[in-house]
Design a protein around this ligand. Sequence first.
Ligand SMILES: O=C(O)c1cc(C(=O)O)oc(=O)c1
Length: 304
Amino acid sequence: MSEKFTMDADWLQYHPAPVKPSYCPPAGAVDAHCHVFGPGDQFPYAPQRKYTPCDASKDQLWALREHLGFSRNVIVQATCHGADNRALVDALEHSDGRARGVATVTEDITEEELQALHAAGVRGVRFNFVKRLVDALPFDTLGAIADKIKPLGWHIVIYFESQELPELYDFFTSLPTTVVVDHMGRPDVSKPVDGEEFNLFVKLLTENENFWSKVSCPERLSQVGPHGYDDVVPFARRIVETFPDRVLWGTDWPHPNMKSHMPDDGELVNMIPRIAVTEELQRKLLVDNPMRLYWPEEVDCVTA
Ligand SMILES: O=C(O)c1cc(C(=O)O)oc(=O)c1
């Protein structure tokens, strides 16, 4: 008898019919931040989860990818599945090599478990510091995980809120791998784009060449939404233009924990030319950078 899961009463489902974007991504574009949820009767949600989502399957993710004009996905383990990566691995194994993954692991993961994840297409682990999502692990536990995954060439994806950056800064810069920040470290976009808070984030990437940032999730950050997200544009533009070779973009489908509104994924794609204002910046953001990080074996060194 499979466990029954009840979606949270206030859960907003992903947009049922996103528009066809007017912006046409370059060939080979990668949605570098998205998730799969369950289905819960096949891939149970974690007992320690802090939310119960709707199901959101790999087949729906592939359909969205085609609809938006993208070619590949990087699927990030969602916190509702904890360190049970079965739904992620299932999606990767049914992606015809067009999806890579970022897993969540515990300190006691074995070498053969890591090798199996690598074989499935996992290329990184996620450290989450957002208190409403997880009970963060101690730094020495995370450091032990970092040491375990470094030999595989994996990177670490970190998700934190900007007000936490001062206290997390030294731990972050101690990490021994490439580090990718989710959603620009969630800046408070009501503050100046050249103010102290965002300047600390820019300093993190300026002083640490191994740090990358996703310029995703304007819908989570904007205080003028739910359309246009104009207040987020200067922040994303600053990161794209300052670190053009170390940025990634993603839909964040199926948009966990959105409460104010549900974004139209097609409109999120239409925002790309507003934050990456030249074709070259768009190609780096959507193709060159994610390919170098997730499919390095396919990158022709001459053109890199
Ligand atoms: O802000 C969030 O609620 C959120 C949650 C998750 C997750 O639960 O994995 O991932 C994200 O990228 C964003």
